[in-house]
Design a protein around this ligand. Structure first.
Ligand SMILES: *Cc1c(COP(=O)(O)O)cnc(C)c1O
Length: 394
């Protein structure tokens, strides 16, 4: 059969039907599995066959449906679902390195990812080099023959810098390092990270995959060899598995993922365009805008889409930003993203509060910067809401 497109995979990928022939995926809310005989139990512990399970920390039919579905969408050989995005990042990194290994990562990272690298890995004897992800020479200098893993967010949070994946992957592969990409902002729909050179792709499915603010989840995607050989032993013994209930929610989220993120990205572009040149704004950052510093790269790496998040900077700093947030009538103040509801965040005082000022300056996280995750509301209502809140803040 021909390879399925992403929309077909979203709806049918990985489906397992029970003897009842249900239409919606069954939720197997079970920790364990019954064996007909003691011999059958023994055999299953010796070797796990296709569609055989022994314990939900190792795998579960609902979770397996989710893993196969998202692997099919991403074009990956296999996937392992995790309790959260951070369990996925931790699993991908910890399972791949040992004391004495060298890791290179882009500095502009989600705070908890930075904690895993700078605090946990370093504490266990991994050597870490952090680079400015946009600086090609810095990557070339940092990656050396003993580099084991290269890690970065394909699009950084909250300033939406786009890292040149094929370039960094080329350097990494030349020394035999594996490339792990935290791909949240690209989503499994816009992403072609594996094709562009990533070896391992990680998502927080808490974001667009759920997309309706309900469950935490994460997933690691890669070759069968990496997922089952390297990652699974680590995760199944350390307890990072996704709950079957959350896997069911994520499965249903996947069915509408393409429709949602495309609608969100379309609105995001219109909103970014409408905000350009607005009085009181010093910057509008959106990879889909032609004036974005990595616009061409973003278009190549994200199937022509700019993503679902827009950032902008108010000239009036924190005072103006807070006034604007408080004046919004539709857009809610929260720190998630990828949701059906539009969500605004002031990174300097929330998600990135703990960074030292100097680090905030390096990353461009100014007092006037806000991050807006575009939801599924009417685009014009969102534009009007931002505009009325901006005039209230001036
Ligand atoms: C949210 C997020 C994470 C962490 O995911 P959780 O599901 O909250 O654990 C990691 N990386 C990026 C880029 C994120 O946006």
């Amino acid at each position: 059969m021909a390879k399925w497109g992403k929309r077909t995979a979203q709806v049918h990928g990985g489906t397992r039907r029970s003897q009842y022939g249900e239409v919606a995926e069954a939720m197997f809310l079970t920790q364990g599995f019954v064996y007909e005989t003691a011999e059958a139990a023994e055999a299953r512990f010796v070797e796990l066959g296709e569609d055989e399970f022994i314990y939900a920390r190792y795998g579960n039919p609902t979770t397996r449906m989710f893993e196969e579905r998202i692997a099919m969408i991403e074009g990956a050989e296999d996937a392992f679902a995790t309790a959260s995005g951070m369990a996925a990042v931790n699993g991908a990194l910890m399972s791949a390195v040992s004391a004495g290994d060298h890791v290179v990562a882009a500095r502009a990272l989600f705070g908890s990812c930075l904690y895993i690298l700078e605090d946990i890995l370093v504490r266990f004897g991994v050597e870490l080099t952090l680079v400015d992800g946009l600086d090609k020479d810095a990557w070339a200098k940092a990656i050396r023959p003993d580099t084991k893993v290269v890690f970065f967010e394909s699009v950084s949070n909250p300033t939406l810098e786009v890292i040149d994946l094929p370039y960094v992957a080329g350097l990494a592969h030349a020394v035999g390092a594996i490339v792990v990409v935290d791909n949240v902002f690209a989503t499994p729909i816009f992403s072609n990270a594996l094709e562009l050179g990533a070896d391992v792709v990680v998502y927080s499915t808490t974001k667009h995959v759920d997309g309706q603010g309900r469950c935490l989840g994460g997933v690691v995607l890669g070759t069968k060899d990496f997922i089952r050989g390297t990652l699974e032993p680590y995760l199944k013994h350390t307890g990072g598995a996704m709950s079957p209930f959350n896997a069911w929610v994520m499965l249903k989220g996947l069915e509408t993922l393409d429709l949602r993120v495309n609608a969100q990205a379309e609105s995001a572009l219109k909103l970014a365009q409408a905000l350009q040149g607005t009085k009181g704004l010093s910057r509008v950052i959106y990879p889909g805008l032609a004036d974005h510093a990595q616009h061409d790269l973003a278009m190549q790496q994200m199937s022509g889409a700019g993503g679902t998040v827009v950032a902008f900077e108010l000239e009036g700093g924190q005072g103006a930003a807070f006034k604007m947030l408080n004046a919004l009538e539709i857009i809610i103040i929260s720190n998630n993203l990828g949701d059906a509801k539009s969500i605004i965040t002031h990174p300097a005082t929330t998600t990135h509060q703990r960074l030292p000022q100097e680090q905030k300056d390096t990353l461009g996280i100014t007092d006037g910067l806000v991050r807006l995750s575009i939801g599924l509301e009417d685009t014009d209502d969102l534009i009007n809401d931002v505009k009325q809140a901006l005039s209230a803040a001036l």
